[in-house]
Design a binder for this molecule. Structure first.
Ligand SMILES: Cc1cc2nc3c(=O)[nH]c(=O)nc-3n(C[C@H](O)[C@H](O)[C@H](O)COP(=O)(O)OP(=O)(O)OC[C@H]3O[C@@H](n4cnc5c(N)ncnc54)[C@H](O)[C@@H]3O)c2cc1C
Length: 539
C-alpha cells in the first residue's frame, strides 16, 4: 500500500472512476493494482454496463454485447492483469432467406461468395470485387491485430517483445494505418462505387450503423472469426475485472449516480448530495451527460472557453443508431436450434433489402410526426421488420451449461432509431408499439428460419433504445458511442489513440465508447487502460 493511499481521508481518493462499464472497470483494475486508492462509482446495482449478462426465469441472456472480439486487446489485458477467464469460440452464421452458411475459417469467405451469388447471379463480377476488398482488409487486420496490443505490455521488462515483435511490426502498422485511413468513407458510399444492385449492397451492409467507415464495416468478416464467448456469459468479463479491483484494494460503489462534477474543487456529488474528492477523475460514461453536469466556475477564463467549446461540440453531436432486442424463452430443446445455425447468427429474411425503409422513409415519418397516424407507422413497421437484418444470439449454443432443461433462450435484435421510440413515447403508445414490434419480429422469424418459435414461446420481453438510455445513461440509446459523422468530437485515428483520453479540464480524463470512434468493447478497454496510464504517468 502506498503512503499516499494511507494519508488520504475517507472520502478522498487518488482516482475516482465514474462508470462501471467495461472501460471504467479496466481503468479501476489497473489503478488499484498499482496501489492507488481508487473508487469506482456506478449508477446501477450491477456492473458491466453494456457488457453484462442476467438470468430470468432460469434463462440466461446478455443485456448488451452478445459475444466478444479479442482484437489483440482483451486477452493481452487479461494476461497483463493476471486474470483467468475460461472462454469458448463463438462461431458466426450468416443467412439470407433459406440459405445459411457457417463461418469457421478464413476460407469460408468462399461460402459467403456462393451465398451472395446464389441470390444475385447477375452480379458475379461485382461480388468478386467486394470479396477482393474484404480479403485485402483481412490482410490489414492480420497486421493490426497481429501482435498483442503494446499498450498492455511492459516494454521496459519485456525486451523480447519489444525487439522481436513490436519494432519489426511498427513500420507495417503505420503502412496499414495509411491504407485504412483511405477507406474512412461511409460503407454505403463506398459500396456504391463497386456494386450497382441496391439489394446486394443492402445484404452486405444493412446491419451496420449509418455511415459506418467502410474499413470498419468490411473488416467484419475477420471479426466474425475473432468472436469468443466467456463460459457463463459475456458478463463474466466484467465480473473478473470487478474481482480484480476488490482483490487489489479498490472500492466500488454501486447504485450511486454522479449528478454533479465540481471540477475546480476536484469533487463529484452523487444523487444524495454526498461528495467524493479526487486527485484525478476518469469519466467512463456518456460524455454529453458529463459536459452537462460539470461545473468549472473557478478556472481561468482561457480554460473555461476551451471547455465551453468542447461542450458545445459534444452536445451538437449524436450517438450511433440504437438497438431493439427481443428476449425469448422458448419451450423447444436447444438441439433443434443447433441444427439450423450457430449461436451468433446474422440473418436477413428477404433478399430485397431495406432500401430507404430504415432511413429515408423513416425520416419522412419523423419529420411530420404530428400528421402521421398510427397506421402509417405500423405499415412502415411491417416493411421494416420484413426486410431487415437480425442479429440472433442463442447463449446455450455457445455454452451448453447455460441451457435450461429442454428449453432455449434467444435474443433477436435489430438496429433501431432512438427518435422514433421517443416520439411514440410522447404520443403515449410506446408499450403498444414495442409489443407490435415484438409480434412482427416473431412473425417474420418464425415465418422463415425458426418455424418452431411461434407456438412455443413461454416468455418474452424487450429492450428498446429508451431502455438502453435509461439503463446505462447512453445518449440517444447509442450502443457504440458517437454517430459516424464527417466531423468527430473525439479522436478517430488509431495512431493517436492515446490522446483520446484527454479532456480540456485539469485532472479529468475520459474513457470508453464516447472517448474514441469507432468504438466497441476492445476500444473501450483500450481507452480505459490509456486513461489509467495517463493518471499513473503523472505520478
Ligand atoms: C446489442 C449490442 C451489441 C453490441 N455488439 C458489439 C460487438 O459486436 N462488438 C463490440 O466491440 N461492441 C459491441 N457493442 C458495444 C459495446 O458493448 C460497448 O461499446 C461497450 O461495452 C461500451 O463500454 P463503456 O464502458 O464505454 O460504456 P457502458 O457500457 O455504457 O458503461 C458506462 C457505465 O456508466 C454508468 N453510468 C452512466 N452515467 C453514470 C453516472 N452519472 N454515474 C455513475 N455511473 C454512470 C452506466 O450505468 C454504465 O454502467 C454492442 C452493444 C450492444 C448493446
Amino acid at each position: 500500500m502506498s503512503m499516499e493511499k494511507i494519508s488520504l481521508s475517507e472520502n478522498t481518493y487518488n482516482t475516482i472512476v465514474v462508470g462501471g462499464g467495461i472501460a471504467g472497470l479496466t481503468s479501476a483494475a489497473y489503478l488499484s493494482r498499482s496501489g492507488q486508492k481508487v473508487l469506482l462509482i456506478e449508477k446501477n446495482r450491477e456492473l458491466g454496463g453494456l457488457v453484462n449478462s442476467f438470468t430470468r426465469d432460469g434463462f440466461h441472456f446478455e443485456a448488451g454485447v452478445r459475444a466478444l472480439e479479442d482484437a489483440g486487446i482483451i486477452f493481452p489485458m487479461l494476461k497483463d492483469l493476471g486474470i483467468q477467464l475460461e472462454v469458448v469460440k463463438s462461431p458466426v452464421s450468416v443467412g439470407i432467406e433459406n440459405e445459411i452458411i457457417n463461418i469457421e475459417t478464413i476460407d469460408d469467405i468462399m461460402k459467403y461468395r456462393e451465398l451472395l451469388l446464389n441470390f444475385f447471379p447477375e452480379s458475379e463480377s461485382e461480388i468478386d470485387d467486394v470479396l477482393k476488398v474484404i480479403r485485402k482488409i483481412m490482410k490489414h487486420m492480420e497486421v493490426l491485430y497481429g501482435i498483442e496490443n503494446p499498450v498492455f505490455k511492459d516494454l521496459k521488462r519485456d525486451r523480447k517483445f519489444l525487439f522481436s515483435k513490436l519494432l519489426p511490426w511498427l513500420p507495417k502498422f503505420l503502412f496499414t494505418v495509411g491504407k485504412i485511413n483511405r477507406m474512412n468513407m461511409p460503407v454505403e458510399d463506398y459500396l456504391k462505387t463497386i456494386v450497382k444492385n441496391p439489394s446486394l449492397r443492402d445484404m452486405i451492409s444493412q446491419h451496420f450503423f449509418k455511415n459506418t467507415p467502410a474499413f470498419f464495416a468490411l473488416s467484419y468478416f475477420s471479426l466474425y472469426l475473432d468472436y469468443f464467448y466467456p463460459k457463463g456469459g459475456v458478463g463474466k468479463l466484467s465480473e473478473v475485472l470487478k474481482n480484480k479491483i476488490l482483490e487489489s484494494g479498490g472500492e466500488i460503489k454501486t447504485e450511486t449516480k454522479i449528478t454533479e462534477v465540481l471540477a475546480d474543487e476536484c469533487l463529484v456529488l452523487d444523487q444524495n448530495n454526498i461528495s467524493y474528492k479526487y486527485n484525478d477523475l476518469i469519466w467512463a460514461a456518456d460524455l454529453k451527460t458529463f459536459y452537462r453536469i460539470v461545473k468549472t466556475n473557478g478556472f481561468l477564463s482561457k480554460i473555461k472557453t476551451k471547455i465551453e467549446d468542447t461542450k458545445s461540440t459534444m452536445l451538437k453531436n449524436r450517438g450511433t443508431d440504437s438497438v431493439f432486442s427481443l428476449f425469448l424463452e422458448v419451450d423447444v430443446p436447444i438441439e433443434t436450434f443447433r441444427k439450423i445455425a450457430h449461436g451468433h447468427f446474422f440473418y436477413t429474411p428477404s433478399k430485397i433489402g431495406l432500401g430507404e425503409t430504415h432511413r429515408g422513409e423513416l425520416y419522412g415519418l419523423l419529420n411530420n410526426f404530428e400528421k402521421v397516424n398510427k397506421d402509417d407507422i405500423l405499415r412502415w413497421l411491417e416493411k421494416f421488420t420484413a426486410l431487415n437484418t437480425y442479429e440472433i444470439s442463442i447463449p446455450g449454443l455457445k455454452d451448453p451449461e447455460l441451457v435450461p432443461e429442454g428449453k432455449t433462450g434467444m435474443i433477436i435484435s435489430l438496429l433501431a432509431e432512438y427518435d422514433l421510440f421517443k416520439e411514440i413515447q410522447k404520443a403515449g403508445w410506446l408499450d403498444e408499439f414495442n409489443s407490435e414490434l415484438e409480434n412482427r419480429i416473431i412473425e417474420v422469424i418464425s415465418g422463415s428460419v425458426y418455424p418452431m418459435l411461434k407456438d412455443n414461446i413461454i416468455g418474452r420481453f424487450s429492450f428498446s433504445p429508451l431502455s438502453i438510455e435509461n439503463r446505462v445513461g447512453s445518449s440517444e440509446g447509442a450502443i457504440v458511442g458517437w454517430a459516424f459523422n464527417k466531423t468527430m468530437p473525439v479522436v478517430n485515428k488509431i495512431q493517436i489513440s492515446d490522446r483520446s483520453v484527454l479532456t480540456p479540464i485539469p485532472k479529468i480524463y475520459q474513457a470508453g465508447q464516447w472517448a474514441y470512434s469507432p468504438a466497441g468493447v476492445p476500444m473501450s478497454i483500450l481507452t480505459g487502460k490509456l486513461a489509467a496510464d495517463k493518471v499513473l504517468k503523472k505520478k
